[in-house]
Design a protein around this ligand. Structure first.
Ligand SMILES: NC(=O)c1ccc[n+]([C@@H]2O[C@H](COP(=O)([O-])OP(=O)(O)OC[C@H]3O[C@@H](n4cnc5c(N)ncnc54)[C@H](OP(=O)(O)O)[C@@H]3O)[C@@H](O)[C@H]2O)c1
Length: 328
């Protein structure tokens, strides 16, 4: 696979890196270990990073900010963050989705405070149907014209939203769940719209939230409090049925002489999307970044496509509350 992909007017190293797991969703993390993983990412040149205000409610941005300050490495890393959840109101959960101009203007300053700098790219994490795009997109675009961020993006929106947003201002990035384990956006018009409109595609959960690695065989393999315990795709019979694609994937990786995670990442890059796999450890980071050594032939891509089309996972990719927030 290519070692870089085009992102708007620059090229960036692929795979990138998603930092969410340092703060939430996949079991506990240790800040000291997380910082070592981030330092290692810089050492190996894995420098296209993804965070969000909501990840640990500021914790993730703070961790990245402290690491880059300690290493004096801000200029070595492209940092993307996201607003769109009113997440500092107390209580459990992500908080309310909001795209109000006042929220965008306020949250970017909090992001700057925690990171120590404005991010390169700022997304709306989810679409708030109560705020018209005619209000939210100009507010996001203003961050660009004010020179605070270089690029703006949307995450998990619908194709119609992306098209309308692009008619108001150029959207630089679309972040979507995209992997051999989740290809719905190839069919609902979103990926087509992004390509047509010149929007760079960033693939989150490119390992299918870890499942394509082949390291998880049952819901009991996830620690207490792990979000995957609430996701239909990882429950009971669904999980058992979904082992088919995982096992087949493992077989193809073995044939290829790479790990299943590397195969998944090489496939995503072959679709022209920038994957941002997340891991808490430097060892797995090395493995994931090692996907750049994996070249997939036309024949192998065809074989993978047949598997993807015939072994689609069973069950939703999120629980009910979260499903209601995507694709708007
Ligand atoms: N825009 C959005 O709404 C959205 C949603 C979700 C995620 N994201 C972003 O996308 C990033 C990646 O997504 P993700 O973390 O959900 O999913 P992912 O990258 O598909 O998978 C992460 C999971 O896989 C495990 N893992 C990573 N590399 C592995 C390897 N080589 N072998 C075995 N297991 C491995 C990780 O555990 P360990 O930590 O134990 O290695 C973690 O449990 C996030 O960090 C975040 O920045 C965005």
């Amino acid at each position: 696979m290519p070692a870089t992909l085009k992102f708007q007017d620059i090229t960036v190293p692929v795979p990138g890196f998603g930092a969410m797991g340092f703060s939430q969703s996949y079991g506990p993390a240790d800040d000291a270990v997380s910082k070592k993983t981030l330092a290692h990412a810089i050492d190996i040149g894995c420098t296209f990073w993804d965070t969000a205000v909501v990840y640990g409610k500021g914790h993730n941005e703070t961790l990245i900010g402290e690491t880059l300050r300690d290493l004096k490495a801000r200029d070595k890393v492209f940092v993307a963050s996201k607003c769109g959840f009113e997440c500092f109101g107390g209580g459990e959960g992500l908080g309310t989705v909001t795209n109000k101009p006042a929220h965008i203007a306020e949250y970017i300053e909090g992001t700057k405070q925690r990171l120590g700098f404005y991010p390169d790219l700022y997304y709306l994490h989810r679409i708030d149907p109560t705020t018209p795009l005619e209000e939210s997109i100009p507010a996001l675009q203003k961050l660009k014209t004010d020179g605070k961020v270089k690029y703006i993006g949307l995450s998990e929106c619908s194709a119609a939203t992306l098209r309308k947003a692009c008619s108001i201002a150029h959207i630089d990035a679309l972040q979507i769940e995209y992997s051999p384990w989740h290809t719905d956006h190839e069919e609902n018009g979103l990926i087509d719209a992004a390509r047509e409109l010149g929007v760079s595609i960033i693939a989150y959960s490119p390992l299918g939230k870890g499942i394509l690695s082949g390291q998880y065989r049952s819901v009991d393999d996830f620690p207490e409090g792990d979000i995957r315990r609430t996701i239909p795709r990882f429950q009971g019979e669904n999980f058992a049925k979904n082992m088919r694609i995982v096992d087949e994937f493992g077989r193809l990786a073995e044939k290829k002489g790479c790990t299943p995670s590397q195969l998944a990442l090489a496939w995503v890059v072959a679709q022209g999307a920038i994957p941002i796999p997340g891991t808490r450890t430097a060892a797995r980071l090395d493995e994931n970044f090692g996907a750049r050594g994996v070249e997939l032939s036309e024949e192998e891509l065809k074989e993978l496509r047949v598997l993807i089309e015939t072994a689609k996972p069973v069950g939703n990719r999120y629980g009910e509350a979260h499903m209601a927030m995507v694709g708007r």
